[in-house]
Design a protein around this ligand. Structure first.
Ligand SMILES: N[C@@H](CCC(=O)N[C@@H](CS)C(=O)NCC(=O)O)C(=O)O
Length: 211
């Protein structure tokens, strides 16, 4: 049995969309960050780092979107969420690692500067740098999408599931997303996918309100 621990609006939306795209049955366990539920003793047994997402596969826990999405795509190959060739798969893992290691932390510096520096002045600088670097990363995603249907080209993959998180965060934080024409056109294609729409609606994502 598959059980997904997630919080609406968080980066766990990537794995939430990914699991929905597989068509496999799963149990949803909302773990609300706003209520601190990721720090409860019960959840720390699932993920001692106190982060979402986490996926339980018959009681064995996988953490990190990159690992969960790779697992889901390989466990359910009929959903066609990764290229069949190993280099193509490695390109997808590379793109997800960049999302996780660079793009996500840039937004975190903007939203949570107190986690990176002490004192108001230092935090204001971290926040400003986070704003600039997150915007630069959104622009890079936009460039990567130019002339493509999906993040990796012609095939829809788990990288697309992950890429929507950052478009949503940009929209939520009032970055000028409409300036990013390729990213915005891709977002509109994403909204046409039933699995994506189902998860956006269930998480009450800003993109469904804006659509
Ligand atoms: N690299 C991890 C990031 C996980 C992460 O930072 N999740 C955030 C939500 S976006 C979280 O659970 N934060 C709770 C906290 O820091 O207390 C992944 O992709 O799964």
């Amino acid at each position: 049995m598959l059980t997904l621990f997630f919080s609406p609006g968080a980066c766990s939306m990537a794995s939430h969309i990914g699991i929905e795209e597989t068509g496999a049955p799963y149990v949803e366990k909302p773990t609300l960050l706003a209520k601190g539920e990721q720090k409860t003793a019960a959840y720390l047994k699932i993920n001692p780092r106190g982060k979402v997402p986490a996926l339980s596969v018959d009681g064995r826990i996988i953490t990190e979107n990159t690992a969960i999405l790779t697992y889901l795509a390989r466990q359910f190959p009929q959903a066609n969420l990764l290229p069949a060739d190993l280099v193509g798969e490695a390109h997808c893992i590379g793109a997800m690692a960049w999302f996780s290691n660079i793009v996500h932390p840039s937004y975190q510096r903007y939203m949570r500067p107190e986690r990176f520096a002490e004192g108001e002045a230092a935090q204001a600088t971290v926040k400003d740098m986070g704003h600039k670097s997150f915007w630069a990363n959104l622009q890079e995603i936009n460039s990567l999408l130019e002339g493509k249907d999906w993040m990796m080209g012609k095939q829809y993959t788990v990288v697309d599931c992950y890429g929507l998180v950052f478009y949503g965060w940009g929209a939520r934080s009032e970055f000028p997303m409409q300036e990013l024409a390729a990213y915005t056109a891709w977002k509109d294609r994403m909204l046409k996918r039933p699995a994506v729409m189902k998860i956006l609606q269930s998480e009450q994502n800003v993109l469904v309100k804006a659509a």
